[in-house]
Design a protein around this ligand. Structure first.
Ligand SMILES: [Zn+2]
Length: 120
């Protein structure tokens, strides 16, 4: 995998080597950009795209607004992800917060605020 910020090949390492603690997964890391992404368990399959500090905090903010949609049983988890697809115009395989870029995160955060708090 190439770092989306500088284009260099990302380092592939275990979560243990990265965090000093074994989370049972691997990581793609670019140290110069402080960008990384984890993998599905011990596989090489990334959970999304690599994110730097700014994108990580945007994704965190988006998750904190999105997850209550289905955790609060207002809708099912599948329903919440369909809402994400419809509102962000994304195909199912791209409708995950871990795949979104900065602009998409900002757009989603705005839409979630409007949806949840009716701030029209
Ligand atoms: Zn980089």
């Amino acid at each position: 995998m190439d770092c989306p910020y500088c284009g260099k090949t990302a380092l592939f390492m275990s979560s243990k080597d990265f965090y000093g603690k074994d989370f049972g997964s691997n990581m793609y890391v670019c140290k110069s950009c402080d960008a990384y992404v984890g993998t599905h368990g011990n596989s090489k399959a990334p959970l999304g795209t690599m994110a730097n500090a700014q994108l990580r905090s945007l994704r965190k903010a988006a998750h904190s607004l999105f997850d209550p949609l289905w955790k609060g049983r207002k809708m099912s988890r599948d329903g919440a992800y369909r809402w994400l697809q419809d509102n962000m115009n994304l195909p199912a395989d791209k409708a995950h917060i871990g795949m979104l870029n900065d602009d998409q995160c900002k757009e989603l955060i705005q839409k979630l605020k409007t949806y949840r708090f009716g701030a029209n």
